[in-house]
Design a protein around this ligand. Structure first.
Ligand code: PEP
Ligand code: MN
Length: 360
């Protein structure tokens, strides 16, 4: 798929002066719940109501969604509030039912995007539709797989396409439920600047206290919209209770977010600069995290050395590391002098860590 200007038109058609906001509960639970939330969202920046009808749960036994019954509630919410509606579809039957009930935006979930077979079936069942179809990134950090799903839809003559970044699953526990790996959506945006890109901070965060920060980073990186899980009584939600925010919090969040509009060349320049600075911030954060990880490994080596009563400083090993890093530095356009300085500092910190372990 090449970058095409038409990719943007569906988003431009909304004519919004702020990012597109899709909000609503993780899952539709009852008619009353869907209608209450829709009415609370009605006069906010949220243009589109979301609610999961069929829920892909990692393990059986959890709430798996109310099924097609919930589509009637979405239709009622649309009729009563004028909001557009959206839900996840994970097979052609879901697609048929969602289209029958006039759902406006359909999205493919992270667990669907990983499977080219099912994406192809969905693309065929949607062939030629003028509905908006959004593709969440796959659970694993794999840009070609994400792109592949988008291309399958594109080849099925679906013109109104967008991508949703919801973070990537990791085995290790981090502060995020799904690691943002911002470099992946940045790469997608660089290759397809006209493909609308929406951030789902709720599934990245997994907890409501960092939803705001993730939204701010996304907007600083020029994302076009946000999909935020919103519930009138988040703690009582039947799924994803910890990450949902109330409609009132969403309103406050939209007021507090720095939202950039590129209107003149000065603003364009500042936007470009801010986007690059945010990329630097993301990378710096990764550098610090990686250094922290390296020191943890150094601590473990310290423990081993303590058990075996071996000296902390192992000169031969250290010279090998330096030699390798100077070569890799060259391939990455880094001067030998810089690599030496950085690695001497890292090495010193490792030795300090190990000495602490050995003495401790
Ligand atoms: C959801 O949006 O509720 C959902 C299940 O998301 P994901 O596919 O990103 O896990
Ligand atoms: Mn959810």
């Amino acid at each position: 798929m090449e970058n095409k200007k038409e990719l943007r038109t569906w988003l431009d058609d909304f004519g919004l002066s702020h990012p597109l906001v899709i909000a609503g509960p993780c899952s539709a639970e009852t008619e009353e719940q869907v209608l209450t939330i829709a009415h609370e969202l009605k006069n906010t920046d949220a243009t589109v109501l979301r609610a999961g009808i069929w829920k892909p749960r990692t393990r059986p036994g959890n709430f798996e969604g109310v099924g097609s019954l919930g589509l009637k509630w979405l239709k009622k919410a649309k009729d009563e509030t004028g909001m557009l509606t959206s839900t996840e579809v994970a097979n052609p039957t879901h697609v048929d039912l969602a289209l029958e009930h006039d759902v406006d935006i359909l999205w493919l979930g992270a667990r669907t995007t990983v499977s080219p077979f099912i994406v192809q079936e969905i693309a065929e069942s949607l062939k030629g539709t003028d509905k908006i179809v959004l593709v969440k990134n796959p659970v694993n950090p794999d840009l070609p797989l994400w792109l592949g799903a988008i291309e399958r839809l594109y080849k099925s003559d679906i013109e109104k396409i967008g991508a949703i970044h919801r973070g990537f699953s990791t085995y290790e526990k981090t502060r995020y439920r799904n690691n943002p790996n911002w470099q992946i959506p940045i790469e997608l945006q660089t290759r397809f600047p006209d493909l609308p890109l929406i951030c789902d901070p709720s599934h990245i965060a997994g907890r409501r206290d960092i939803v705001f920060d993730i939204c701010q980073t996304a907007l600083d990186l020029n994302f076009d919209g946000l999909m935020v899980e919103t519930h009138h009584n988040p703690d009582k939600a039947w799924s994803d209770a910890q990450q949902q925010i109330t409609p009132a919090t969403l309103v406050k969040m939209m007021e507090d977010l720095r939202i950039r509009k590129s209107t003149d060349t000065e603003a364009d320049y500042r936007n470009a600069l801010n986007t690059l600075r945010t990329q630097i911030d993301v990378i710096d954060h990764q550098v610090i995290e990686m250094l922290g990880k390296r020191m943890k490994v150094a601590d473990e080596i310290g423990l081993l050395k303590k058990e075996k009563n071996v000296a902390v400083l192992q000169t031969r090993r250290w010279n090998e590391i330096l030699g390798k890093m100077i070569l890799e530095g060259e391939q990455n356009n880094l001067s030998e002098e810089f690599v030496l300085r950085v690695f001497k500092a890292i090495h010193q910190e490792s030795i300090n860590h190990q000495e602490k372990v050995i003495k401790g």
